[in-house]
Design a protein around this ligand. Structure first.
Ligand code: ATP
Ligand code: MG
Length: 689
């Protein structure tokens, strides 16, 4: 009997699902590689394979399933359960719970390390440092060793951590990594070695592991043949999705667990390899078949795309066809459509944001929920203008792959300056702001705010307050700033420029990675200058009260409808009916930072391919003629005049509908002076007396 779920698969998918299952010997099958292009059903096939294994008697507790993110693992478990339900009915409910070994490499590593802690000399109570904790610790050691940046231009804590991580994950030496990826810091090789030694010692003394340790310790553990066998035999089947983005450590772990490849299935697409900056290597997937002796792995390729319409697929194929190296073949689909992907030229990022909001709302009116739509971008800081526009229009959104622009500490700091200038009685803004001044703690800040609040003309009292001890010139500068901001006749864009100029030196003191944060502030200034004045800008950002049904302001509930904003990296493996890509221009994709070597450029091309292949029914690539950049240019302009990405040369234009979008200008609102006719405030207060 064939279960119904097999009928829905095509022949190749089915072959992959049934590979090595149902043989009379009940012996577990040999290694299998499924290598195929985007949207060909790899992940879907993997879910079916897991379900089919279980339906055929495999013990779900002995299946190890590794995906790229926890979200993906959760989704995979859900799908396995629902496929199993078709055959097993209500019995399937327990399967999700029994599939306990589904997760990311890091998550699984953490669990195994606790189980085997004693045998590898690790204290079982270890805690795990996330990237931020790890960077903080790195910083601490950096200061202790006297390599602090201000004196010597030593690399920042994040660069140090990135180098450390790269060395660990690629199993190469520090000098190799410096030479290939960080040539500008190679003079610091000796100091970096000392730093990393100190970092490792400190982690051990504190009994903490960082993310890299989870893989590193795991790899060390299974380099012992006895332990490798012990761990390996816990699992009858090991299945890995997105294998093209694994690194050397991950593949060596896998091969130690299953040296003969029995029960091992990996799935991936070399054309979508986009994580080499985290030491992922395409060689893992390409060398997989040969990694086993005596018999190589079986390889199954899939060629039919079920996700995208023909015009979208044709354009994506066009882009990846120009790649220097191609391994997987082109895909085909029978999803016909008249609509080619759009290449939309807009004037700038404000227009880009307007265009997207209009389209997204239009789509929603046509029955495509926000959740079925996504906006993708090369780097997390590209979406600032759009986020402000979405916030202003009260369109709920979630962001993957970076902090929301308006939630970032430094953006909030600068907004606090403006809010305080707008309203010196705003205590929250005041607290935030005053405590940026060296020498001012919560108590002093409180006192200052009390004095200001008691005065009918708050700014006047501010100028009268004597400089608090230890604030030095900072106090005078602060008072001068506020007087400037509140002075009549100072134009709005200049106001924010002075606020930023005042804040930047404080930023340097408060935050380590001041460079990228400054770029965000410039961008905020740029966005703000599109509004008529300070009051309008601040009001529009906070106009709509958070939904009373949400338990956290601004965070949509799971069953609420919301638009997805995501970096392309974090969009891996997912799909939406409608996809928009921001800043599809040279300088953004390929990123200026990655335009160095051919290998880097090729990875950028694959990134564009990954983004485009997320779309099911419609795809819009936006090309602003000017886009904002944090960097300087010779003319002192912070905008770059941009041109369409080089990955879509003229020969590919036939695949697109090219259009442009006109500017929609915001109405400047006037507020005329009014006299109090009814004192509503007094009435409100009297309600509580
Ligand atoms: P990516 O490379 O982006 O990770 P993928 O190869 O993993 O893509 P899936 O996400 O598994 O592809 O599938 C893409 C879409 O095609 C999904 O909506 C899936 O449900 C659908 N699909 C896959 N196989 C079939 C099939 N045999 N019949 C109908 N739809 C299918
Ligand atoms: Mg997939």
């Amino acid at each position: 009997m064939n279960p119904a779920y097999l009928e829905k698969l095509n022949d190749r998918q089915r072959e992959a699902v049934e590979h090595g299952i149902g043989r009379p010997s009940s012996e577990i099958g040999g290694p299998l590689l499924i290598i195929a292009g985007a949207g060909s059903g790899k992940t879907n096939t993997l879910a079916h394979r897991v379900a089919h294994l279980i339906v055929n008697g495999a013990d779900p507790r002995r299946i190890l399933l590794m995906t790229f993110s926890r979200r993906a693992a959760y989704e995979m478990t859900r799908r396995v359960k629902s496929i199993c339900r078709q055959v097993l009915g209500n019995q399937a409910a327990a399967i999700g719970d029994a599939l306990t070994w589904a997760g990311t490499f890091h998550g699984i590593g953490a669990r195994l390390l606790r189980i085997y802690a004693e045998q590898i000399g690790v204290n079982v109570d270890f805690t795990i440092h996330d990237r931020e904790d790890a960077a903080d610790l790195m910083n601490l050691i950096r200061h202790e060793l006297g390599f602090s940046r201000t004196e010597s231009r030593f690399p920042t804590k994040n660069t140090c951590l990135a180098i450390y991580s790269r060395v660990v994950n690629s199993e190469s030496s520090i000098s190799e990594v410096l030479k290939s990826s960080y040539p500008w810091v190679s003079a610091w090789e000796e100091q970096l070695k000392q730093l990393f030694a100190g970092y490792v010692e400190s982690k051990q003394a504190q009994n903490v592991l960082d993310y890299d340790d989870l893989l590193l310790y795991w790899a060390q553990m299974v380099s012992d043949p006895g332990l490798a066998e012990d761990v390996g035999t816990r699992f009858d089947h090991i299945l890995v999705d997105e294998y093209q983005d694994t690194n050397r450590l991950q593949s060596s772990i896998l091969l130690s667990l299953k040296p003969a490849g029995r029960g091992l299935t990996v799935v991936g697409d070399d054309a979508q390899s986009i994580y080499s900056f985290r030491a992922a290597t395409i060689r893992n997937i390409l060398d997989f078949p040969k990694a086993f002796s005596p018999a190589p792995a079986d390889v199954i390729t899939l060629e039919r795309n079920y996700r995208s319409t023909q015009p979208i697929l044709a354009a994506a194929n066009g882009v990846i066809d120009l790649a220097r190296e191609r391994f997987t073949k082109n895909l085909w689909t029978d999803r016909q459509s008249e609509q080619r992907p759009r290449l939309v030229s807009v004037k700038d990022e404000a227009d880009q944001a307007n265009y997207i909001v209009e389209q997204v709302l239009g789509n929603r009116d046509l029955g495509v929920p926000l959740k079925q739509q996504a906006v993708l971008f090369r780097s997390s800081n590209h979406s600032g203008a759009l986020e402000v526009e979405l916030t202003r229009r009260n369109i709920p959104f979630v962001k993957f792959g970076g902090l929301k622009f308006l939630d970032a500490a430094h953006v909030k700091d600068l907004l606090a300056v403006l809010r305080f200038a707008q309203n010196p009685r705003d205590r929250v803004a005041g607290f935030r702001l005053l405590q940026m001044l060296p020498g001012v703690g919560p108590q002093t800040a409180g006192k200052i705010l009390d004095t200001i609040a008691a005065d009918p003309e708050p700014l006047f009292s501010l100028t009268e307050i004597p400089s608090p001890p230890k604030t030095g010139d900072h106090w005078t500068e602060f008072v001068t700033l506020l007087s400037t901001l509140r002075k009549a006749g100072v134009g709005w864009p200049e106001e924010i420029a002075s606020a930023r100029a005042w804040y930047e030196p404080h930023l340097d003191r408060i935050h380590e990675d001041a460079g990228t944060r400054k770029a965000d502030l410039l961008q905020l200034e740029q966005i703000a200058s599109g509004y008529p004045n300070r009051e309008r800008f601040l009001t529009e950002l906070t106009l709509d009260p958070p939904d009373a049904t949400s338990d956290q302001a601004g965070v949509p509930l799971l069953d609420e409808d919301y638009l997805v904003l995501s970096t392309i990296h974090s969009a891996k493996g997912q799909e939406w009916r409608s996809v928009f890509m921001l800043n599809v221009v040279d300088g953004c994709i390929p990123s200026d930072l990655a335009a160095g070597t051919t290998a880097e450029l090729e990875e950028e091309r694959r990134l564009l391919y990954v983004g485009m292949t997320r779309a099911r029914d419609s795809l819009d690539l936006l090309t602003p003629q000017r886009f904002f950049t944090g960097g300087q240019n010779a003319l002192g302009d912070r905008h770059v005049y941009a041109s369409r990405t080089r990955f879509i040369p003229a020969t590919l234009l036939q695949f697109f509908e090219t259009t442009s979008w006109p500017k929609v200008t915001a109405n400047a609102g006037d507020r005329s002076a009014r006299q109090i006719r009814v004192d509503v405030g007094a009435r409100m207060r009297s309600m509580w007396k």
